[in-house]
Design a protein around this ligand. Structure first.
Ligand code: ZN
Length: 215
């Protein structure tokens, strides 16, 4: 099953993808992870990507498409994959169709307030980077890391007004992509205002149903 994951930042897409990848035994391909890895290894690609990231610009379609094409041609993708963080533009979606045939697109949605609540409650340890949530995963002592005793802080990016703005930008950027897959009849909307386990269970049952139709 070749799957694309769509959903705004903070909705938990990465967590669903990881869990699904385990249960379905197909690779989770995150373009963000690939880029971070290439930058870390300082490859030619990594250097090119870094020059855009440092300027705060989007990595151009040509580079992203090439990275995805190469990754999807690896043997572990033959049975299927879960693509996370791609496509980000309509052109990337069209290019993907030239590379392979996507079976299913999950579109994760949740009310604005739910996403803001999840993201703005996030606290990070200055020393070890551990992640907490004031409601869903609070530290034993307020403001202090359970693991190393470091101070917990809120990322500037996680403040409600910034999250709200980021979601608006996402909505505008992804509307054509969502419509593109809707027109193809492969888009399934999944309510993400639930626990990770509930969301993943629904995804699995959708996939199972689709697979039984194909047989
Ligand atoms: Zn810590």
């Amino acid at each position: 099953m070749k799957i694309v994951m769509l959903g705004p930042p903070g909705i938990g897409k990465g967590s669903y993808a990881k869990e699904l990848s385990k249960r379905l035994n197909i690779p989770h391909i995150s373009t963000g992870d690939i880029f971070r890895e290439e930058i870390k290894k300082n490859t030619d690609l990594g250097k090119r990507v870094r020059s855009y990231v440092e300027k705060g610009e989007l990595v151009p379609d040509d580079i992203v498409v090439e990275v995805v094409r190469r990754r999807l041609s690896e043997s572990d993708c033959a049975k299927g994959f879960i693509l996370d963080g791609y496509p980000r533009t309509l052109r990337q979606a069209e290019e993907l169709d030239k590379i392979t045939k996507i079976d299913l697109v999950f579109n994760f949605v949740a009310p604005l307030e739910v996403i803001i609540d999840r993201v703005s409650g996030r606290r990070i340890c200055r020393k070890c980077g551990a992640i907490y949530h004031i409601k869903y995963k609070p530290p034993r002592k307020e403001g202090v890391c359970d693991i190393c005793g470091g101070e917990l802080y809120q990322r500037e990016d996680d403040k409600p007004e910034i999250v709200r703005n980021r979601l608006k930008i996402y909505e505008e950027q992804f509307r054509p992509i969502v419509q593109y897959y809707k027109n193809k009849g492969i888009l399934v909307t999944v309510n993400a205002a639930r626990t990770i386990d509930e969301v993943v269970k629904e995804c699995v049952s959708i996939i199972k149903k689709l697979e039984s139709y194909k047989v």
